[in-house]
Design a binder for this molecule. Sequence first.
Ligand code: SF4
Ligand code: SF4
Length: 114
Amino acid sequence: MSKKKGQAKVTIYPDWCKGCGICAAFCPAGVFELGTDGKSHVVREAECVNCGFCELHCPDFAVSVTPKEASRRKTDAHGDPRSEALNQSAGTDPGPEENVGTPNREEEDGHKKA
Ligand code: SF4
Ligand code: SF4
């Protein structure tokens, strides 16, 4: 999949971090380092490949990894209006049937006039 670097925002919540070092040990990109304060710190966020390991293995849920994929939202936004448009067109379906009758009336009028 798309395991490119720099695609995620990595956040550590220091109040929850107990400095066990699991995130630093598991991270394949060396994003974390344990500080002298006994907490893990994000030191190389640009190297993060968004594998999700740290989030999964932190026993205190102190790590958050958020993909930076604003462009994907546009794709989603395209999907939603489309489904809405389909719903709307389904709602208008009865309309065209009425419209089919309208030209007939006009034709009748035209015959009456001619
Ligand atoms: S795994 Fe969680 S608790 Fe352990 S050092 Fe990393 S952020 Fe802190
Ligand atoms: S998501 Fe993966 S690469 Fe990114 S900081 Fe967590 S363990 Fe490291």
